[in-house]
Design a protein around this ligand. Structure first.
Ligand code: C5P
Ligand code: C5P
Length: 466
């Protein structure tokens, strides 16, 4: 069945896009993660295609500090993947001409703001910021970046139950129709394109594969027992190198393996579902698979070089692509070192969560990723969420906290974003995020009080659903 957009929403997008197309001298300001980077690239491609003088800038978040770098611009500002939650901040700072193209919960309406929430769409699931940017471009006749909007949606985990939904599917169909994308029903483990088979299984964290995740030797014999060769000549084979019959054999075996271990049905089902292949990208590269592409962009953002990601999205396969691959390698090395540090140091526990303090040894920008991976490496049992502490890069008196959970805990009522927001604010900090991934900043001296309070809060959330 073909999905259609609410026509009122489409009219609103067309109205605002038309206004935007009359502007010149623009500054696109976007978020530094995969959805922000793809939104930025879609917008820059659109505006330069319309022969507008356009600059861009990617930032970690829009707050009273970062807005100082924007407020004096004489350009018209286009905020993508941010702005809806900071409308009052933008107004207070008297930014004259601006547009907001966002999918986060809005503070209030504004005549130059495009946000799906006003038309009954859930910006957490049905559409990403890059999707909104794509619809703006589409309304002005430019559909050639549809695949990037899929990368953005996947980067924001909008496919985490096995498929894309609603407005994202309209974009998906546009991308398929233009020959940019292929969608298959297949195994959804990370690294299908670029990781050797054993590593794909050993690093699987979503879902965790009991007995396999974290154990490369067990993964190698699991695959070999199925009669699937790990190498082809000297080269390690990846999932996409496998014959159709081999793929089927591996997928079925994993399915049965999880069933045997009483894994919940919904978790197993999340492992098999839609995978998105970017047809114009070279096979075996990170860019060929939407999930791996998104990870590459997230690495650029977290390593402080999001503009390299933007240039790759805009088509540079020379200098910036080489740089992006180096950034990804450096990122992976930092993650490996972080995990090793954590393995040595061990974790501590409270009644309702685990935690560890990196004491300045892990950068605040990657501490959250390490916390998430620690589930995958089985350093942390999946029965409780994890909190991780790092030094704040900007303010030595503050502590950065990253929190991660998994779908089983979310189903029991856990919401990390709400818990961290409420408890950090009580201690003069700030925080927020998603149910499954969140962060906060608190004064260092409040650490122990925070631990106590958040333990009680998680306890309340988890018991509420019983
Ligand atoms: O949205 P925030 O920057 O935008 O979240 C980024 C982090 O949250 C990433 O590490 C991502 O992997 C994680 N995340 C997640 N599950 C979600 C949403 C975000 O693990 N559903
Ligand atoms: O930094 P980290 O990857 O742990 O962030 C996870 C999520 O928490 C992100 O969506 C981020 O935007 C959010 N967060 C927040 N406030 C903070 C830190 C992180 O809302 N102080």
């Amino acid at each position: 069945m073909k999905i259609e957009m609410n026509p009122e929403f489409w009219n609103e997008i067309c109205r605002i896009s038309k206004e935007l197309s009359k502007e010149d001298n623009l500054l696109v300001v976007s978020h530094h993660d995969a959805d922000g980077i793809t939104s930025c690239a879609i917008m820059v491609d659109l505006l330069t295609g319309l022969e507008k003088d356009t600059e861009f800038m990617t930032i970690k978040q829009l707050d009273s500090n970062t807005i100082k770098n924007i407020k004096d611009t004489d350009r018209t500002v286009v905020f993508t993947d941010m702005g809806s939650g900071q409308l009052s901040l933008i107004k207070e700072n008297k930014i004259k001409d601006f547009y907001i193209i966002d999918h986060h919960t809005p503070e209030a309406s504004h005549e130059k703001q495009i946000n799906p929430h006003f038309f009954g769409y859930d910006g957490g699931l049905e559409i990403s910021a890059s999707g909104m940017a794509y619809f703006v471009a589409k309304s002005l006749g430019n559909m050639k970046m549809a695949h990037l909007a899929i990368v953005g949606a996947v980067g924001d985990m909008q496919d985490s139950d096995g498929k894309l939904h609603s407005l994202n599917r309209i974009i998906m169909d546009d991308a398929i129709e233009q020959g940019l994308l292929k969608v298959r029903h297949d195994l959804r483990l990370f690294g299908r394109q670029s990781r050797p088979l054993t590593q794909m299984l050993a690093y699987a964290s979503d879902p965790i594969l009991p007995g396999l995740t974290g154990n490369e030797a067990a993964c190698a014999s699991f695959i070999q027992n199925l009669g699937i060769p790990l190498r082809e000549n000297e080269r390690w084979r990846t999932y996409v190198d496998l014959e159709f019959s081999e793929r089927k054999k591996l997928t079925t075996a994993l399915y049965i393996h999880l069933l045997d271990l009483n894994t919940k049905e919904f978790i197993i089902q999340g492992m098999i579902g839609e995978v998105y292949t970017l047809l114009n990208e070279e096979k075996g590269t990170e860019l060929r698979d939407a999930k791996e592409f998104a990870t590459l962009l997230n690495a650029c953002g977290r390593q402080g070089q999001p503009e390299v990601g933007v240039m790759v999205c805009l088509g540079d396969r020379e200098k910036n692509w080489r740089m992006a691959k180096n950034i990804l390698q450096k990122h992976r090395k930092m993650l490996r070192e972080g995990i090793e540090f954590l393995e040595k140091r061990g974790i501590e526990e409270m009644e309702n969560f685990y935690y560890f303090d990196s004491q300045g040894r892990i950068d605040e920008n990657i501490i959250g990723v390490i916390a998430g991976m620690a589930y995958g490496a089985r350093i942390i049992p999946p029965d409780r969420p994890i909190l991780a502490f790092a030094d704040d890069n900007d303010d030595p008196k503050m502590l950065k906290i990253s929190a991660r959970a998994n779908w089983s805990l979310i189903r029991k009522g856990l919401h990390l974003g709400n818990a961290l927001r409420e408890e950090s604010r009580k201690l003069d900090g700030d925080g927020g995020g998603h149910d499954i991934a969140a962060g906060a900043r608190i004064p260092k001296e409040c650490r122990d009080e925070f631990l106590k309070n958040i333990d009680r809060k998680f306890g309340e959330q988890l018991r509420r659903s019983v």
